[in-house]
Design a protein around this ligand. Structure first.
Ligand code: CTP
Length: 211
């Protein structure tokens, strides 16, 4: 299989030197890319800025903003069998990026934010026989919210995890199916969870790539 993975945070610039981002380390996505390589598959890794080396043998596509991530994924997905979207994508960006540097005025400033592109919803909408596995980070009503996201983004499955996963070495997840039930549950190091996910995909989702 040839598998697209999104990983890490994205950045949204206010001006040429300042940005908004989040605390994602990218470890889950990179562990998934490593597990894909260990299992002898091709890993196409679209990654926001992280402090990690890409696993050996991965095809790395470094990106910075959500728009960069969207462009890379739209280009790369048609040649893949499926996607695992582990990135912590910024949901909002400043309406406009100021050229240069915003200077202090002594007064408060307001920054108008607009929604970014939804990378997973866009590629999920055009999946055309490819499989799509999303991630959902939920603090409240986890299964309900995860199921809503699965439907909105046209995913086949969604990996439900909790905010404790951010920046942690370990993870405890449920794989939610299109009926809202847990098809599998895994916990352990991010490497162990990643290996279990890839084994599960090999058993349940591997098939002929659409032409
Ligand atoms: N995602 C994406 N593009 C976005 C936002 C999210 O591709 N602009 C992907 C994530 O990589 C993840 C899934 O969508 O696979 C769900 O992300 P999550 O942050 O849990 O949900 P959001 O859709 O951002 O909704 P909210 O933040 O309101 O919970």
């Amino acid at each position: 299989m040839r598998i697209l993975i999104t990983a890490g945070p994205t950045r949204e610039y206010l001006d040429d030197v300042r940005y908004i981002s989040n605390a994602s380390s990218g470890r889950m996505g990179y562990a998934i890319a490593a597990a894909i390589r260990e299992s002898g598959h091709e890993a196409v890794l679209v990654s926001g800025p992280v402090d990690l080396a890409a696993p050996t043998g991965c095809e790395l596509h470094p990106v910075e903003t959500t728009a960069d991530m969207r462009d890379a994924c739209v280009k790369l997905f048609p040649d893949c069998d499926g996607v695992i979207a582990a990135a912590a994508v910024c949901d909002y960006k400043p309406r406009s990026r100021i050229v240069g540097k915003i200077a202090k005025t002594g007064d408060p400033i307001a920054i108008e934010m607009i929604e970014t592109d939804d990378v997973l919803a866009e590629i999920g909408g055009g999946k055309d026989g490819r499989w799509v596995v999303g991630f959902a980070l939920e603090a409240e009503n986890p299964r309900e919210n995860a199921l809503q996201k699965l439907r909105a983004k046209n995913c086949d499955y969604i990996v439900l995890n909790s905010p404790e996963a951010i920046g942690s070495d370990s993870n405890s997840v449920e794989l939610i199916d299109a009926t809202g039930s847990a098809a599998a549950t895994w916990s352990g190091s991010k490497q162990e969870v990643a290996r279990a996910l890839i084994q599960w995909i090999e058993t349940h989702l591997a098939g002929e790539r659409p032409v």
